[in-house]
Design a protein around this ligand. Structure first.
Ligand SMILES: NC(=O)c1ccc[n+]([C@@H]2O[C@H](COP(=O)([O-])OP(=O)(O)OC[C@H]3O[C@@H](n4cnc5c(N)ncnc54)[C@H](OP(=O)(O)O)[C@@H]3O)[C@@H](O)[C@H]2O)c1
Length: 266
């Protein structure tokens, strides 16, 4: 059996698509012939990402960018209307933009929690709310929420991110039952430590919170991964492709861990 994804001609929104995991997913979709709209704040980085994606082979797909701050409600409507204006349809939503801070609990004020909840928890929820009416009208839609292991395995130095992720797991499973009535599937991928810029900055923040060196944090993190290696963003992208394809037609409300066996519980 060969794995035919049959995604060519579809259109996807990828938030946080200018770097890291989002960029890897945008590249993978584009290569499969999916029109891609990448969303992030920094216009220069978006421009560079678009050029990077366009340098790849594709089956006739296009890529555009929308510069938007997803903590702002108005941005959500702009992302959706730009996508519909450019491509006339939306088939796939990849919710990925997130940037929770690490730090010692007593050093983190309300702002650290509110920033994390506003961008990632509410940002994901708002985008789902914005695309679902369109998905319903077509009786089809595929959503992947990039969440993260801290939702199930909380750490004292990453509580804004952990509480965000736990709430998103609840949201993903909860809304999946309603969306299923309209053939809309929503699933979560929870990456473990993944080689992106964010992983670097989190290592620095964790080191500062615990008063140890960045190298110690990195060694400790690697030791906690059963397979002994950090995840590549392309591995997350491969799973995202599978989940948005019809090969996963019976998978909804699920969370799949891509963490090298790091998660300790069941
Ligand atoms: N890397 C890991 O080890 C890891 C582990 C578990 C879970 N995750 C999750 O995976 C997702 C992606 O992480 P990553 O490591 O790929 O992050 P990254 O390398 O820092 O990339 C983050 C992306 O999100 C965009 N972004 C940040 N704030 C934004 C905002 N307010 N509005 C719009 N876009 C925004 C960034 O662009 P701009 O800054 O230009 O806006 C960038 O494109 C996150 O949800 C993260 O929590 C990552």
């Amino acid at each position: 059996m060969s794995l035919e994804l049959q995604l060519s001609g579809k259109t996807a929104i990828v938030t946080g698509g200018s770097a890291g995991i989002g960029l890897a997913i945008a590249k993978a979709l584009y290569t499969e012939g999916v029109n891609v709209v990448i969303v992030a704040r920094n216009p220069e980085r978006l421009e560079k990402a678009v050029a990077d994606i366009q340098s790849l082979p594709t089956l006739g797909a296009k890529v555009i960018s929308v510069s938007a701050d997803l903590t702002q409600g108005e941005s959500i409507e702009r992302v959706v209307s730009t996508t519909l204006g450019q491509f006339g349809q939306i088939d796939i939503l990849i919710n990925n933009a997130g940037s929770a801070r690490a730090g010692s609990f007593l050093d983190l004020g309300d702002d650290a929690f509110l920033d994390a909840w506003n961008l990632k928890l509410l940002g994901y929820i708002r985008l789902v709310r914005a695309v679902v009416p369109h998905f319903k009208s077509r009786n089809d839609g595929r959503i992947v929420n990039i969440i993260g292991g801290a939702g199930r395995t909380p750490r004292p130095s990453f509580l804004p991110g952990g509480t965000t992720n736990a709430a998103l797991l609840n949201f993903t499973r909860g809304i999946s039952k309603e969306l299923a009535q309209n053939n809309i599937r929503i699933n979560a991928i929870s990456p473990g430590l993944t080689a992106t810029e964010r992983a670097e900055s989190l290592a620095k923040q964790n080191a500062q919170a615990r008063g140890v060196s960045v190298e110690e944090i990195k060694t400790e993190s690697l030791q906690a991964i059963s397979l002994g290696k950090i995840v590549k963003p392309e591995e997350i992208a491969a799973l995202a492709l599978f989940l948005v394809s019809d090969l996963a037609a019976s998978i909804t409300g699920a969370e799949i861990l891509v963490d090298g066996g790091q998660t300790p519980g069941v």
